[in-house]
Design a protein around this ligand. Structure first.
Ligand code: CA
Length: 716
């Protein structure tokens, strides 16, 4: 089998900062959907690994889904030699990228200060570490949680460190903790605990706000020291059980080999053929990013029973749970990709969200690990509708419907942690008035789409009256379109428009964008939107205008220039701000107005110019930005999750073989493929000409070969 994992660059996107994102991600060394990721840390901030940084502070056990959401249950592991300095900056060592190995299943760095090499390979709930120390009696490994109440203890005889931390960034009940157990294979020569820079030699336990532990080894034998660590959100005993189940009695090499195989197997579901190694690396790096979130949160009790601590009610429940997901982003590409490649996994994930609903009473809007207030809309409505219309098995549609209907009809939390903020006003006015609730126009557009999605689930269950009502509400997008300016526009409670209007002003009625980036936010009624904008040719003109208008912006209601503005300004894609999600379907809209060649042209440009093996166009957002690349490069795109269709683009690679469920295979072939002529001349699907611009999910799922002959049409 080809070594797909070796093509992944986990460091991609790690040259990011608060005010400019090339992904805002860290190298996630973990298993697909793993409960923990292990990442080299160069900073204690949410920008935890920066490629340009020179100081290695340790390997962090992290659960952070985004720097804007923050980490929880996190702690750092660091080998040192000699005098103990416990602070992250004080203990940090210089390292070189030329001596670094960064793969999904294996990370390694050489710490020059300590002449020590650290290695880690992950399991789903733990990891194996290997430390290659110089020959010394002063080797030590530190384990340090982040601020938050902490308990830590050392059993020197057993070579074991046990700890717990409630470090978090919100979204947890009072009794939340991450428990961990670490076991060393070398005799512990000395040990101690530390807190706030004070070291307590030979003390075996400490309870405090950030108490850490260290163990010392003699390395005169010349052997590396290995450590196995596992975590739990349930208890120390469960952490020990996780360690037993996943790590005990196995060598570092054996676990590394298994991790490697797991990644090769899952990445091998799509095999691409291209002469361009950068594109190959970009593709597999993207595919890897789509396979990390949402993370598994359930664990396995005695006898293999799935069990989880609920961040929604603080209790232990049977069954699955997943977390760390921003649905405003992920519904667009991550879930549709799951529906095609891994419907069983998708089913399990959806059951996790249904358990969240059971335990907390509402679907989360942004989960990490429990309810968080971030972004707008209730987009679990979309992922359930998408799965429902695609017949994903094993989902309780009745409960999914109940949860969606609750989003559509009941007021959620005022702080916005769940439910739709502005729902009452939306029901009263048919739009969310900007003088009552911020981002009123964007909320209206999202709510209308969410209504369409819940309507689809209602219809599936035979509740046609409810569905009809929701489908009528799905037309509410029209209520924030102002034909006098030709844009969606903020509208006030009294029915008047917010004035003055500016198409380039960010914020206010729009979330993370201006009227330009939100003009096309109606994925569920494209013919209606085309009519609203004056018909097909006028519609194409508006899309052209978006691409051609200078990337001008005013910071509007934002207190400073947010990074999405800067990222739009940095590239030549006009007002098409690919660095953020609202426009992600927009290029495919050309195809609905008889200009599919413009879809093909612009999508090829985005693939070529905005993604590299080292950088992404903007925030990665739990696999969404990468999911766009995966779909678009394969030659089709889920334009409206909640409908079982994909819009056809043009394949980017000479050939792609997609392994589908039940041993089926989809082959996408591009003949005469080149950047100069990325246009479809002829499309054959199972040997017959295919002239539609959409293809049904079930049709793709049956497998077959699509041959696209590319070229330059004489008339376009
Ligand atoms: Ca984003």
């Amino acid at each position: 089998m080809m070594d797909f994992a070796s093509l992944v660059n986990p460091l991609q996107g790690s040259t990011s900062k608060f005010d400019f994102s090339t992904g805002n991600v860290y190298p996630a060394i973990g298993r697909p959907y793993g409960m923990n990721f292990w990442t080299p840390q160069t900073s204690e901030s949410p920008w935890l690994y920066q490629y340009a940084d020179h100081h290695f502070q340790g390997i962090r056990c992290t659960h952070q889904p985004s720097p804007w959401i923050g980490d929880y249950g996190h702690f750092v592991i660091m080998p040192v030699v000699g005098n103990l300095m416990t602070g992250a900056r004080e203990r940090a060592s210089g390292f070189r990228h030329s001596e670094e190995v960064a793969l999904p299943h294996h990370y390694q760095a050489h710490l020059r200060r300590y002449e020590t090499t650290i290695e880690v390979t992950p399991t789903e709930r733990g990891a194996a570490f290997r430390f290659h120390f110089p020959t010394t009696d002063e080797a030590a490994v530190l384990i340090e949680p982040f601020p938050g109440s902490t308990k830590i203890s050392i059993d020197a005889e057993a070579g074991r460190v046990i700890g717990q931390t409630n470090a978090n960034s919100d979204g947890v009940p009072e009794n939340f903790a991450c428990y961990f157990v670490a076991e060393f294979d070398a005799p512990v020569q000395a040990y101690g605990v530390f807190e706030n820079g004070r070291v307590y030699e030979a003390q075996s336990a400490l309870e405090g706000s950030r108490s850490g532990a260290f163990v010392r080894f003699s390395t005169q034998s010349g052997q590396p020291v290995t450590m196995q660590v596992a975590t739990s959100f349930i208890s120390v005993e469960q952490a020990q059980r996780n360690l037993q189940q996943e790590l005990s009695g196995r060598s570092f090499e054996a676990i590394l080999e298994e991790s490697h195989q797991v990644w090769n197997e899952i990445l091998g579901h799509i095999q691409i053929d291209t002469q361009d190694n950068d594109r190959r690396r970009t593709f597999y790096s993207a595919l890897y990013r789509t396979l990390l979130f949402p993370r598994q949160w359930h664990e396995y009790a005695e006898g293999g029973r799935q069990v989880h601590f609920s961040p929604y009610d603080g209790k232990i429940h049977d069954g699955v749970l997943y977390t760390d997901n921003g649905f405003w982003d992920t519904y667009r590409t991550v879930y549709p990709l799951l529906s095609l490649l891994f419907p069983q996994r998708l089913s399990e994930i959806l059951n996790g969200w249904i358990n969240a609903y059971r335990e907390g009473g509402w679907m989360p809007k942004w989960a990490s690990p429990g309810y968080r207030d971030c972004m707008i809309g209730t987009h679990t409505d979309v992922i359930f509708a998408d799965a429902c219309v695609k017949d994903i098995p094993g989902v309780d549609w009745q409960l999914a419907y109940e949860a969606g209907l609750k989003n559509a009809t009941q007021t959620g939390m005022k702080t916005g942690h769940f439910g739709r903020l502005g729902l009452a006003e939306y029901l009263q006015c048919g739009y969310v008035p900007e003088d009552r609730v911020l981002h009123g126009a964007s909320r209206t557009l999202d709510f209308a789409y969410n209504d369409f999605c819940v309507g689809n689930i209602a219809s599936h269950l035979g509740h046609e009256d409810v569905a009809a009502d929701l489908f009528a509400r799905a037309q509410n997008y029209r209520n924030v379109y102002d034909s006098s300016v030709g844009f969606m526009r903020g509208r006030l409670f009294d029915g008047s428009w917010e004035s003055p209007f500016s198409a380039t002003r960010w914020g206010g009625p729009f979330v993370e964008g201006s009227a330009w980036q939100h003009l096309f936010d109606v994925p569920h009624d494209i013919p209606g939107l085309i009519d609203l904008l004056g018909g097909k040719s006028a519609f194409v003109q508006r899309l052209d205008e978006m691409m051609a208008t200078e990337p001008a912006y005013e910071i509007g209601s934002y207190p400073y220039e947010i990074h999405e503005m800067t990222e739009m300004a940095a590239v030549d894609f006009g007002q098409y701000a690919h660095s953020n999600q609202p426009v992600h379907h927009a290029l495919y809209l050309y195809s609905y107005a008889d200009a599919p060649w413009k879809t093909q042209q612009h999508v090829r440009r985005v693939l070529n110019e905005l993604y590299t093996p080292d950088t992404l166009p903007g925030d990665e957002d739990n696999g969404e930005m990468s999911g766009w690349y995966v779909f678009s490069s394969l030659g089709f795109y889920p334009i409206c999750p909640g409908k079982p269709v994909y819009t056809l683009g043009a394949p980017y690679f000479d050939e792609a073989i997609i392994k589908l469920p039940e041993e089926r295979e989809l082959r996408m072939i591009a003949r005469d493929n080149s950047d100069d002529q990325p246009y479809i001349m002829q499309r054959l699907w199972r040997d017959r000409p295919l002239n539609q611009i959409e293809i049904q999910h079930n049709d793709l799922l049956e497998g077959g070969t699509m041959i696209c002959s590319l070229g330059t049409p004489s008339t376009r």
